[in-house]
Design a protein around this ligand. Structure first.
Ligand code: NDP
Ligand code: A1CAB
Length: 267
């Protein structure tokens, strides 16, 4: 199976590296093209991928075409490759905010299309990807498209009307979780730890907490209660964080993320 990536930015590279790590396909079966020749050619050369001169050539030579450009250029790229797509090829979009119907409208209503929203942790096989398939993507072809993301982490099939929220609490939330880790690390620095040491401690604590939460099948609140010894230090910290508006700050951040991706305000 030849997989072509239109765009080799941050998210495409994370998926490609995840696929290479998983040995999903031979490196030269991954085709790439992007806006800047030096960028996609150097990237292809570094990892043994196959560079393509144009988006159209990439589409013609791929079984699966992954649209990995930013939303504002996606429509033009889809119009450009429309004639090179046909129902024997699967179109996968990772573009935030573009519906299955809009993808078909810009190309061809007969195409098998998978709308996806991955996250950057795909690079290390720790991704979390939402997918929605159109009615033309079924059976083996659908399984092959899902396999691209299963090779790089967890996959959840979701109705399209949940994609914006998913994107906020997963795609974008990688940055928010890292932001929290950085906050812990800076607090460590305030009290004299070196930044590198503090970050390692905070990151391992976040990793261990997430793994323990999933393994325990308990709720986050139950895990919090186990850490808060009666009359102890942690409950004092939780109360101070809440007094500073922790929960509201996070929800406001998610509101802003959803508003940006949909143009709709929840208020
Ligand atoms: N970053 C993330 O964590 C996530 C991103 N996404 C989605 O992924 C998409 C890409 O985001 P991201 O990787 O962050 O963005 P980047 O800006 O890092 O990458 C965009 C890529 O598009 C390429 N490009 C621009 N114009 C064209 C064109 N006309 N033809 C071919 N390639 C073109 C650029 O080329 P060049 O490199 O040569 O300049 C670049 O490689 C977005 O739609 C975003 O919504 C979804 C989930 C998570
Ligand atoms: O910031 C963005 O627009 C993309 C979508 C989800 C994560 N990154």
């Amino acid at each position: 199976m030849k997989i072509g990536f239109i765009g080799v930015g941050a998210m495409a590279q994370a998926i490609i590296q995840g696929l290479l790590n998983a040995k999903f396909v031979p490196a030269n079966d991954i085709l790439v093209h992007s806006a800047h020749k030096a960028h996609y050619e150097n990237y292809a050369a570094a990892y043994g991928l196959t560079a393509q001169e144009t988006n159209i050539a990439l589409t013609q030579n791929s079984d699966v075409v992954v649209l990995a450009v930013v939303p504002k250029v996606a429509a033009n790229v889809l119009r450009e490759i429309g004639d090179a797509l046909n129902p024997t090829k699967t179109l996968i979009s990772i573009v935030s905010g573009i519906s299955l119907n809009r993808l078909a409208e810009l190309t061809d209503y007969n195409l098998p299309i998978l709308r996806s929203l991955p996250n950057i942790n795909s690079e290390y096989g720790q991704g979390m990807t939402a997918v929605a398939a159109n009615e033309n993507l079924v059976d083996q072809r659908k399984q092959a498209a899902l396999a691209v993301f299963k090779a790089t982490g967890e996959v959840s099939e979701l109705p399209e009307d949940q994609f914006a929220v998913f994107s906020a609490i997963s795609g974008s939330a990688v940055a928010y979780v890292d932001f929290f880790i950085d906050c812990l690390s800076r607090a460590g620095v305030k009290y004299g730890f070196g930044k590198e040491t503090a970050t390692k401690i905070a990151a391992q604590t976040a990793l261990g907490s997430a793994q323990s939460l999933l393994a325990s099948k308990k709720t986050p609140a139950e895990m919090i209660d186990k850490v808060c010894s009666p009359g102890g230090d942690t409950i004092a910290g939780i109360l101070a964080m809440e007094q500073a508006g922790m929960l509201n700050s996070v929800v406001k951040g998610i509101d802003a993320t959803i508003e940006k991706s949909t143009g709709n305000s929840s208020k």
